[in-house]
Design a protein around this ligand. Structure first.
Ligand SMILES: *Cc1c(COP(=O)(O)O)cnc(C)c1O
Length: 463
C-alpha cells in the first residue's frame, strides 16, 4: 500500500498511478480516486514547514502523491511555473482579523479565487503528462463561476488540449462571466447553459458516461473531483497551521466539498486540526446532511455567493468513503441510492465519524451582507460574499479551541454588486480585472440537452 497508487471510492476500477488519475479525473466505475494509503508526515516534519517557501511545501506534499509519475525536477518546475503569476510572495498569506480569527487569503492567483491555487498546478502537470502520453485531450468543466475562469487561465493556449466550460446562464457574476468569455485562446470554448450548476454538472457526468464519445474526444475533467486538486489544496492547511504554530479550527465556505475535503486529507496525513467547519449559503445540503443526518438535494437557489450554489456536493463521496472505513461496496450502493432517490439517510456510524471531524452552518444572504458590513466597520477590510459566509459561520462557533482560520476564497472585486449592497460602495478594481468590460466575449448559449451539447463539442473539435 502506498500513497501514489490510487483506488476508486466505488471499488470497481483498476488501481491507477498519479498521471492516470490526473488525466482521467473520474474513475471508470463512476467513483472518485483516493490514494491507497495516505502519506504520513511526522510532527517535526510538519512544524518545519514554517521555514519553507510555499512552493517547497507544495513540493513536499505533492511528491508523495505523484510518485514515479513525475521526476523531482519536473514537479519542482511545474510548481514554480504554477505560482509564478501570483501577486503575493507567500502565495496563501494569513492575515489577522482580530479576536483570534484569521483570514487565509487564497485569492492571489490570476483569476482572484482559490481555484487558481490547484488549477495552475494541474495545468502545468497536465500538459507535461499529456506530452508524454501523446494525443489530444478535451476538458469539459461545469462551473458555478470560479472553476471555469481558473481552468481557462490554467489551460488556455496550451497545445493538444481543448477546454469546454459550461456555466449556468445568468447565474454567475458579470466579472466571473467576462473572465471566461474574453479569453483570447482558440482552444477555449464557453457554453452558457439554460439551467443550474447542478444541471451542468450532471451533463458533464453524462458525457463521461457515454464511453464512445469520451474515448473519441479524449474526455477528461478538471473539476474538483480530480484528486490532483485536492492534493494541491491540502498544502495551505499545512502551511497555515505551521505559521500559527498550533492546531486551528478551519472554516471553509463550501459548495462541492473539495476545499474542505482537502482539510480532511491534510489531517489524514498527520496534521493536527481542531475542527473543519462547513459554511454553506442557503444551498445548505451539506449543513443538513451533517445536522439532520440526511443527505438530500433540493433545487439550487441563486444567492450572493454563486460559487457555492450547489445541491450535490460531489466530493462528499470521498468523505463518506472514509467515514465508512473505506467500505467501497457500501459507498457505491449509497451513491446509487442517492442518484435514484436524491436522498440518502446516513447510517449512525458514518454520521458520527463525520461529526467527529466536521461541524456545519448555513448562512443566508442577509447574514452574508451583515458579515461584509461588520468586517468593514470593525477593520476597514472588504471581504467577498463567499468569505463572508465563513465569517458569519465563525460567529456561531462557541468557544472554538485554537485559532480560527476562515478560508478567504475570492477577492471582493469579483463580486462588486454584493459588496456594494453591504457597504454602499463597490471595492476598488485590481489591475488584473481592468479592461474586462471592453473585451469581446465568445460564448454559445445552449439548452439543457445532452445530445445538442455533445454535437456542439464534436463540431468545435471537428470530430
Ligand atoms: C469553488 C468556490 C467555493 C466552494 O469550494 P468547494 O471546493 O466547491 O467546496 C467557495 N468559494 C469560492 C469563491 C469558490 O470559487
Amino acid at each position: 500500500m502506498n500513497s501514489h497508487t490510487f483506488i476508486s471510492t466505488r471499488g470497481q476500477a483498476p488501481a491507477a498511478d498519479f498521471a492516470e488519475v490526473l488525466l482521467a479525473g473520474l474513475a471508470p466505475d463512476g467513483g472518485l480516486y483516493l490514494p491507497e494509503a495516505w502519506p504520513q508526515f511526522g510532527e517535526d516534519e510538519l512544524a518545519a514547514f514554517q521555514r519553507l517557501s510555499y512552493q517547497e511545501a507544495a513540493y513536499r506534499v505533492l511528491s508523495r502523491f505523484t510518485g514515479p509519475s513525475f521526476a523531482q525536477d519536473e514537479l519542482r518546475a511545474a510548481i514554480a511555473a504554477a505560482y509564478a503569476g501570483f501577486d503575493a510572495p507567500e502565495i496563501a498569506p494569513l492575515s489577522p482579523l482580530g479576536e483570534g480569527r484569521y483570514l487565509l487569503e487564497l485569492f492571489h492567483g490570476p483569476t482572484l479565487a482559490f481555484k487558481d491555487i490547484a488549477l495552475q498546478v494541474l495545468g502545468q502537470l497536465f500538459s507535461r503528462a499529456l506530452a508524454r502520453r501523446g494525443g489530444r485531450a478535451t476538458i469539459v468543466a461545469a462551473t458555478s463561476g470560479d472553476t471555469g475562469s481558473a481552468a481557462i487561465a490554467a489551460l488556455g493556449g496550451l497545445p493538444n488540449i481543448d477546454v469546454f466550460v459550461m456555466h449556468p446562464l445568468g447565474r454567475v457574476s458579470e466579472v466571473q462571466r467576462r473572465q471566461m468569455t474574453t479569453s483570447p485562446h482558440a482552444n477555449v470554448h464557453n457554453i452558457a447553459l439554460e439551467g443550474s450548476f447542478d444541471d451542468a454538472q450532471s451533463i458533464v457526468k453524462a458525457l463521461f458516461a457515454d464511453a464512445d464519445f469520451a474515448a473519441k474526444v479524449g474526455l477528461t475533467a478538471v473539476n474538483s473531483i480530480n484528486f490532483a486538486r485536492i492534493a494541491a489544496q491540502s498544502v495551505y492547511y499545512i502551511t497555515a497551521t505551521a505559521a500559527l504554530g498550533k492546531p486551528a479550527t478551519f472554516i471553509v465556505p463550501t459548495g462541492n466539498f473539495g476545499d474542505i475535503f482537502a482539510g480532511e486529507a491534510a489531517s489524514r496525513m498527520g496534521l493536527a486540526v481542531e475542527r473543519l467547519v462547513i459554511a454553506t449559503n442557503a444551498n445548505d445540503i451539506m449543513a443538513r446532511a451533517l445536522n439532520d443526518g440526511v443527505y438530500a438535494s433540493g433545487d439550487a437557489r441563486p444567492t450572493l455567493s454563486p460559487s457555492m450554489d450547489i445541491q450535490v456536493a460531489s466530493n462528499f463521496e470521498r468523505a463518506l468513503f472514509e467515514a465508512a472505513d473505506r467500505d467501497a461496496a457500501w459507498t457505491a450502493a449509497a451513491m446509487n441510492d442517492f442518484a435514484r432517490d436524491k436522498r440518502l439517510v446516513l447510517p449512525p456510524t458514518v454520521l458520527s465519524a463525520l461529526r467527529s471531524r466536521y461541524s456545519a452552518f448555513a448562512k443566508d444572504d442577509a447574514a452574508t451582507l451583515e458579515a461584509i458590513k461588520a468586517v468593514h466597520d470593525q477593520t476597514g477590510r472588504i471581504i467577498d460574499p463567499h468569505t463572508a459566509v465563513g465569517v458569519a459561520a465563525a460567529r456561531d462557533l462557541k468557544d472554538a479551541p485554537g485559532p480560527v482560520v476562515i478560508l478567504s476564497t475570492a477577492h471582493p472585486a469579483k463580486f462588486p454588486d454584493a459588496v456594494a449592497r453591504a457597504i454602499g460602495a463597490a471595492p476598488p478594481v485590481p489591475e488584473r480585472l481592468r479592461g474586462l468590460e471592453t473585451k469581446p466575449e465568445r460564448v454559445e448559449t445552449l439548452p439543457r440537452n445532452l445530445s445538442l451539447i455533445r454535437d456542439f463539442i464534436s463540431s468545435r473539435l471537428g470530430a
